[in-house]
Design a protein. Structure first.
Length: 558
């Protein structure tokens, strides 16, 4: 990942199973062992409209630059060129104590070097005035680390929790109350004026940062609503005289044409979420929708899910998925796709697009990564999963004290500077001459930048999101906005919009085991006839409790 705003990989790992949970969670136990005598949580629901008085006053920065291409909300605006002059928004160093800050953030791919071996970290920390020492964890197994840390009550001063992980941590609201600072009085209303970058965040992002009726974290506003994208190696398709598919039948036909084990080329990585989307399987609140009678229905119960399961099982059976992906969850699909051309169609987060193109086009000048527009397998309008939920949240360890909390918020504020500022330039591109070279169209990253810069400061902050600009991928912003403004028309409506749900502990704990069972079906280790039994186990293992919570929490009309 390079940065969520300018094409950083959102990497919203399959929130229904691609990330494993810790042993205590799998067993259904509380995250904070011994912190409460309460039984495993039955879940909670909060109407976020009731907490408007806790939110920071939103205030745009005066230095905001007019966009080149407008995004249809919640798609952010796009910028195709850098401003001629960068603005220095923060004149005083935000760090005053000199006391090292510990932080934990995720990364996908090789971990960047640590504080003692990174010219990038040293340069940014010098500007901060107080050094941030990052512990980088593999994004594919980040949930395991989070559960272990929360269970041991051993957290860093700044902890990044991706939003898709929150959905899988039982009794997470209780963990927040025990382990993290209440930021309400520091940020609500006009108090946020002390942190003008944070004040510029969309109000909707702050609403999601409320737990236990208090403002508990700094949100990292989404840079786009889409959970997943199907990317294609259009250069490889062009070389074969093949068009980007426009239907499921087209996709499967092309997949068979491009798969050639003798040349070490396969069509796909694990694309089951996209196959579900093509079949209009529900994705709201992890996979829920309302039946015609107004009662909640989970995706496992729908005929659309059965159809998607059968199609994906046939994709595996036909040998269209790269064998490294089949054999191991740790296969680096990005390298197989963008570098080796061993995968022609790859499902990933939206932000992979620019980052992957920029990195690998240096070796392969013909590289052309393009998205496959979403379609409906049975015709009609497509359904696109997504939401305005923040990418991640930054929590502050409890017990820091008022002065330290203020210092940490100043650090987060600095890291949240917008495009066009000196601060954002250093955060995103490092030191000129070492991490990037200046061109008339903006900075272009060096090999050292790709090695050392991996969203470290981005993941302890946020920003008022934009797309671009990128000197090394000049067509990206226009391509990204064209795709996004078309697909946003088909975003799935959420019946529970405005409701913050803490799903029942049993439901959360049962997510990964259930998904693993369906993975066994997909890969031929269990027959399709087992689906009904898996569904009944899911219902008994928390599914019915979740249904009741969702039914009770539906917004009341009028």
């Amino acid at each position: 990942m390079t940065r969520h705003n300018p094409g950083a990989e959102t990497s919203r790992r399959n929130f229904l199973g691609l990330l494993g949970l810790g042993a205590a969670t799998i067993a259904g136990g509380p995250v904070l062992a011994g912190c409460s005598e309460k039984p495993a949580g039955t879940g909670t629901a909060q109407n976020l409209d009731a907490f408007a008085h806790l939110l920071p006053n939103q205030k745009d920065l005066a230095q905001r630059i007019a966009p080149d291409i407008a995004g249809i909300r919640p798609v952010p605006d796009g910028y195709t060129r850098f401003p001629d002059t960068l603005v220095d928004l923060i004149t005083e160093k935000p760090g005053t104590s000199g006391k090292e800050i510990t932080a934990m953030t995720p990364a996908w791919g090789p971990a960047p070097p640590g504080i003692g071996q990174s010219a990038y970290l040293q340069a940014v920390n010098a500007e901060l005035g107080t050094p941030v020492n990052f512990t980088i964890q593999d994004g594919n197994t980040y949930a395991d680390k989070l559960n272990a840390m929360l269970g041991a009550r051993d957290v860093p001063e700044l902890l990044c929790v991706p939003s898709w992980e929150v959905e899988k941590i039982p009794r997470f609201a209780e963990a927040i109350g025990v382990l993290f600072e209440d930021l309400t009085e520091h940020l609500k209303g006009s108090a946020v004026d002390a942190y003008p970058m944070l004040a510029s965040f969309p109000t909707g992002a702050w609403r999601h940062a409320i737990w236990n009726e208090r403002l508990a974290a700094v949100p990292n506003p989404t840079d786009g609503p889409f959970a997943w994208v199907m990317f294609s190696r259009k250069d490889l398709l062009d070389a074969r005289g093949l068009a980007v598919p426009t239907s499921l039948d087209d996709l499967l036909a092309v997949a068979k044409q491009v798969t050639d084990p003798g040349r070490k080329v396969w069509a796909f990585n694990d694309v089951f979420p996209m196959i579900q989307m093509y079949h209009r399987v529900p994705g709201a609140k992890q996979g829920w929708r309302l039946r015609a009678d107004g009662t909640p229905e989970f995706k496992y119960e729908t005929p659309e899910f059965r159809q998607a399961l059968e199609v994906m099982a046939k994709i595996y059976q036909d040998g269209l998925v790269h064998p490294d992906v089949v054999a191991s969850k740790g296969a680096d699909a990005k390298q197989l796709f963008a570098k080796g051309g061993n995968i022609v169609f790859m499902q990933d987060g939206f932000g992979f697009w620019q980052a992957g193109q920029a990195e690998h086009q240096k070796v392969n000048k013909a590289l052309n990564i393009q998205p496959v527009p979403v379609f409906a397998a049975t015709g009609g309008d497509p359904l696109v999963w997504g939401s305005d939920q923040p990418i991640s949240y930054t929590f502050v360890r409890k017990g820091a004290g008022q002065e330290r909390v203020a210092e940490l918020l100043r650090i987060i504020n600095w890291c949240s500077a917008p495009m066009g500022s000196q601060e954002a330039q250093l955060r995103d591109f490092g030191v000129e001459g070492r991490h990037h070279t200046r061109t008339p169209n903006g900075p272009v990253k060096t090999d050292l930048a790709f090695k050392e810069i991996n969203n470290q400061y981005f993941f302890i902050s946020g920003r008022n999101p934009t797309i671009g600009p990128f000197a090394d991928t000049p067509n990206y912003v226009r391509d990204a906005l064209t795709y996004s403004n078309e697909m946003v028309k088909y975003l799935e409506p959420d019946p529970w919009v405005g409701v913050k749900l803490e799903m029942p502990a049993a439901f959360k704990a049962n997510q990964v085991p259930t998904e693993d069972k369906f993975t066994d079906v997909l890969r031929g280790r269990r027959p399709l006839s087992d689906v009904d039994a898996i569904l009944q186990e899911w219902k008994a293992g928390g599914g019915e409790a979740a249904r009741q919570l969702l039914a009770d929490s539906l917004p009341k009309a009028g």
